[in-house]
Design a protein around this ligand. Structure first.
Ligand code: DX5
Ligand code: ZN
Length: 218
């Protein structure tokens, strides 16, 4: 098993000191920047949009992992690529023509991923899995940082890991919501590859050390 990848979520950063927080992640052992886009429709909350992502990309020295919590994400894929997205993940629940949307992401040259809400079973991935570079399992209901981790996620990770192995694929499993050192270790044990952490990293006394500790998870 490779070392786990860590993607701090900028949703928990100090937006009045965004450059400072981005430089902290640049200097850390983190692998990706997780960028949460919310539209107030697919999820109740609104986060930030294009100009902020463009500004993030000007300072970030690591790939942007863009998580679209928006309706009809296909309308904006090319724009997110232009703004610097390396990975784009879209919700299964937000895409009527998911296969087409995933192909569009790949055609843009980005890594493509499908996100599942906590209530959506991994069985819906049966047909799309071979087309995805990654699957993001939500371990909280999307919309807010700082929520409590949903324990049923461990089983879901194990099921998805089995599906990936049975199909002989290399799909990465990414987890988002309520990740800390303890849930992170259990997620890695269940078969997760990438951990997203927002409040745990940015709320820590020493975010750099917190990221270094998450990176030690095997
Ligand atoms: C929630 C977002 C998450 C959020 C995670 O809808 O997708 O990326 O930032 O926050 P924590 O790690 O605080 O649960
Ligand atoms: Zn997210």
């Amino acid at each position: 098993m490779n070392n786990i990848l860590i993607a701090p979520s900028l949703l928990a950063a100090d937006f009045a000191n965004l450059q400072r927080d981005i430089e902290m992640i640049n200097a850390s052992e983190a692998d990706w920047f997780h960028v949460d886009v919310m539209d107030g429709h697919f999820v109740p909350n609104i986060s930030f949009g294009m100009p902020v992502i463009e500004a993030i990309n000007r300072h970030a020295t690591k790939p942007l992992d863009v998580h679209l919590m928006i309706e009809k994400p296909e309308r904006y894929l090319a724009e997110f690529k232009r703004l610097g997205a390396a990975n784009i993940t879209v919700h299964y629940e937000a895409c009527t023509h998911l296969h087409r949307t995933i192909q569009q992401i790949k055609d843009l040259g980005c890594l493509a991923g499908v996100v599942l809400n906590p209530a959506t079973p991994v069985s819906v991935l049966e047909e799309i899995l071979p087309d995805c570079e990654m699957v993001l399992l939500m371990s909280v209901n999307p919309g807010y940082g700082g929520q409590k981790f949903i324990e049923a996620t461990y089983d879901k990770v194990r099921k998805l890991r089995r599906m990936i192995e049975e199909k002989g694929l290399k799909t990465l499993i990414e987890i988002d919501g309520g990740v800390n050192q303890e849930t992170g270790q259990k997620l890695a044990d269940a078969g997760a590859d990438i951990l997203i952490a927002g409040s745990y990293v940015f709320g820590a006394q020493d975010p750099l050390q917190t990221i270094a500790n998450l990176k030690k998870i095997k």
